[in-house]
Ligand binder design. Structure first.
Ligand code: OGA
Ligand code: MN
Length: 219
């Protein structure tokens, strides 16, 4: 038990060190194969029950369906109703948040997240995760839920490392893999997936100042 706790702590420390070093971090086996399988089954159940909808872009009145920008379907997770299946991931995110806060002093406060299902042929064009109305997003965290993903399946996450977009890193959406990055720093996109692609994507946010507007609903 003690060894297990130490190994998990090491995982958090590695993520924090990479965030400090390069602003992004990729960790395999963040969740076990069994935990991933349970999340996949639950996501499919929710999808069949009609609990996913077309993702939109923008906020407030500008919120529109924009299939030329993104064609995934999403299901927002209600933080007050975390399922038994989601709980282990939520618990780990809570510990990761503490580890990040203790080193980076970002004052992360809460996590908002959604399941994202990309039917075959779907993609998400170049974008930043921070736009008007979402200034409180500080760290992006994406857990991939694709067991047995093959290179031919496409669906790479492409993170641009410099302004002129000449340097980038491609990341395969392998089941159990966690990608974290400092939200405001990286332009990124999801290249077309040739087969269904599933993830649990979210953001650690800071608490708004008292005189600021409350959170607006976003996607
Ligand atoms: C997003 C996003 C990346 C991915 O949902 O904002 O960029 O690899 N997702 O799923
Ligand atoms: Mn994004």
């Amino acid at each position: 038990m003690f060894l297990l706790v130490a190994a998990v702590k090491q995982q958090y420390n590695k993520i924090v060190a990479e965030l400090i070093d390069s602003g992004f971090s990729v960790t395999d086996h963040f969740m076990s194969a069994a935990e991933v399988r349970a999340l996949v089954d639950e996501a499919h159940r929710l999808f069949e029950q009609g609990e996913f909808r077309h993702a939109r872009v923008g906020t407030g009145e500008q919120l529109t369906k924009a299939p030329e920008i993104r064609s995934d379907r999403i299901h927002w997770i209600d933080p007050l109703q975390i399922s038994h299946t989601q709980q282990p991931y939520w618990d780990k995110l809570g510990e990761l948040k503490l580890a990040i806060n203790s080193e980076l002093f970002l004052g992360l406060f809460e996590f908002e997240g959604h399941l994202a299902l990309y039917p075959a042929g779907s993609f998400y064009g170049k974008h930043y995760d921070r736009f008007e109305g979402t200034a409180h997003r500080v760290v992006t965290a994406i857990l991939y839920l694709n067991e047995g993903w093959q290179h031919e399946d496409g669906g790479l996450l492409r993170i641009y490392l410099n302004e002129d977009e000449s340097e980038y890193r491609d990341i395969e959406p392998l089941g159990g893999r966690l990608v974290c990055f400092i939200t405001e720093r990286f332009l990124h996109e999801v290249l077309p997936a040739n087969t269904e692609r599933l993830s649990l994507t979210g953001w650690f946010r800071v608490r708004p100042l008292q005189d600021e507007h409350p959170f607006v609903s976003i996607n």
